[in-house]
Design a protein around this ligand. Sequence first.
Ligand SMILES: C[S@@+](CC[C@H](N)C(=O)[O-])C[C@H]1O[C@@H](n2cnc3c(N)ncnc32)[C@H](O)[C@@H]1O
Length: 254
Amino acid sequence: MPSAAWSSASSPASASPGGFPRGSRVLDAGCGDGQVAIFLASKGLRLTGIDVMVRHLQNSWRNIRKAGLPAGQVEVLYADYHHLEHIPDALYDGVYTMETLLHATDPAAALAGFFRVLRPGGRLVLHESEHPEDTGDRQGRDKVEKTAAINELAAMPTNQVTASGFYRKLLEDTGFVDIEEEDLSENIRPLARLIYAIEIVPYYIIRLFRLDRYFVNVIAGVRGFTGESPWSYVVIDATKPGGTSEDGSEKKEE
Ligand SMILES: C[S@@+](CC[C@H](N)C(=O)[O-])C[C@H]1O[C@@H](n2cnc3c(N)ncnc32)[C@H](O)[C@@H]1O
């Protein structure tokens, strides 16, 4: 199943996002203010979000209260996705990350944890960005340096090492199978253009006064759109071998 099927637009009205049966348990690792978890919960999935920033957790608790969903449909807890030891094996039918694995200090450990807490046949979906390789010339080195500066300021160590194919390789090494990747960069481009239009004037003021470290999102937004800090946005869908997938077919161990 294509990974973009996690959006309701590509799922039949009767099915939950991703084709999961209603009531399936899904972990949102790095849930931020909880909006995506709330959306998926409103479509019938049972969501657990985790995050390490108290301010984001507080926002998500407020948003959950406002959403008025049935009790237990969505919960958000303080937890680091590198340390899921408190979660029993095979608890979840699905796990996803959205623009958060780039903050991982040990992405292999995080994926190993996701693998363990997924049931056999369960699916992991990553929405993350990857970067073209260093071309080795002056222009390429300049881009790498500019990206490195952003990664350091925004605490994104994994973003520093995500050349194309990074996540696929890591998923294979962890033991996932049926890995499907979709490049959604063109879908993201209009939003990147809008962010650029809003931020270009503040960007030059920030640069003039050398305030980069206080406004790293503005720096990243402008440089990402102009290609000075290039990216591609990928969605990767991978399955834990064994068990049955949500369409009832048996998944083979590889
Ligand atoms: C860019 S935000 C994305 C939030 C959300 N997934 C979304 O798409 O709206 C990244 C989130 O990952 C969280 N995060 C970073 N490292 C984490 C970790 N080790 N464990 C759990 N959450 C983490 C951050 O606190 C932040 O809320």
